[in-house]
Design a protein around this ligand. Structure first.
Ligand code: FUB
Length: 321
């Protein structure tokens, strides 16, 4: 299946779209790339995001509406810089924006901001979620009302630096024949302001039940987790980073283990690839980004979307951009 989609938002650079259906409309919570002429590097220093805008569409065929800036880093007491990929969830009659950023010491954590309206503005908590770390939160509400946050990203996202239990700047990725670094999952407290349980590793295994190895770069986890459910199964999808695929794995439990299934999206223009998946009025859609608007400048990205299709057996048809 091919997608012909054009950049959805063209007046600012947007990336990392987390899409949701709230009140029968599609809401998009992306990050906001700020143009600059600095260098790209493996630490992600080029991603100088400072704020969030929220966008909505009445339907996939409608115009997209920019609801404006809904949160700026200057209004979040614990943040120093880099408000990266956010997500949002509706629970307890409120909308919660879950976002990563660096604290004053340059360490990434996850923060919470709240609104009565899916379009914001969002009021931040003074401190980050205690015990949170790394980047790319996906806030998934299960059918029983429990909210789980899946998170973690390698390299600039610092995930591998926690391999020994706590942050250690000197710790790198595992050897290629060792199990890959796992994404994390934490059950949220009922008030959405803290972790109800410590984050746990989410295992991603091959068809024989063996954990994917760090050297298996076409399949192992790198960043950008997304969770959705289809026909009662949990689908964990994510970016493979260095090989630029969006891939997925399935499980009968939100905690896994997840069995690797295949690719959702072939590489897009630009280094990063990051996505979300929603169902809207009986059809499924993939939201993602590339660098078409900037002709390939890695930190000037644009959100796109296209339809996503399942095969009869529940596998997902690979999309070629
Ligand atoms: O947008 C900054 C970072 O780039 C995100 O956190 C990653 O997922 C990648 O898209």
């Amino acid at each position: 299946m091919a997608t012909q989609k054009k950049p959805l938002i063209t007046h600012i650079f947007t990336a990392d779209p987390s899409a949701h259906v709230f009140n029968d409309k599609i809401y998009i919570y992306p990050s906001h790339d700020i143009p600059h002429n600095g260098e790209d590097n493996d630490n992600g220093d080029e991603y100088l995001m400072e704020d969030y805008h929220v966008f909505s569409m009445d339907s996939p065929d409608s115009e997209v509406v920019d609801h404006g800036e809904v949160l700026h880093q200057d209004n979040v007491p614990w943040v120093s810089k880099q408000m990266w990929a956010p997500d949002a969830v509706y629970t307890n009659g409120k909308y919660y924006l879950v976002f990563p950023a660096r604290d004053k010491d340059g360490i990434f954590h996850l923060g919470i901001a709240t609104s009565d309206d899916p379009a914001g503005p969002f009021k931040p908590e003074d401190n980050y979620i205690e015990g949170s770390f790394s980047i790319d939160p996906c806030s998934f509400k299960d059918d029983d009302g429990k909210v789980y946050v899946y998170f973690g990203g390698l390299w600039g996202g610092q995930l591998e630096k926690y391999r020994k239990g706590s942050f250690d700047e000197t710790v790198g990725e595992p050897e290629k024949d060792e199990p890959a670094v796992c994404p994390k999952c934490a059950l949220m407290s009922d008030d959405m302001l803290s972790f109800a349980k410590d984050p746990v590793d989410i295992q991603i295994v091959d068809k024989d039940g063996k954990p994917l190895l760090a050297g298996d770069e076409e399949r192992r986890y790198f960043e950008g987790p997304w969770m959705h459910k289809y026909n009662g199964k949990y689908y964990l999808s994510y970016s493979t980073g260095t090989t630029h695929y969006i891939v997925y794995a399935t499980s009968d439990s939100p905690y896994g283990p997840f069995t690797y299934q295949g690719r959702i999206l072939e590489p897009v223009l630009g280094w990063t690839t990051h996505h979300s998946i929603i169902e809207f009025k009986g059809k499924w859609y993939l939201f993602y980004h590339d660098c078409e608007l900037s002709n390939g400048i890695n930190h000037r990205r644009n959100v796109k979307f296209c339809e996503l299709e399942y095969n009869e057996d529940g596998t997902i048809k690979t999309i070629t951009p």
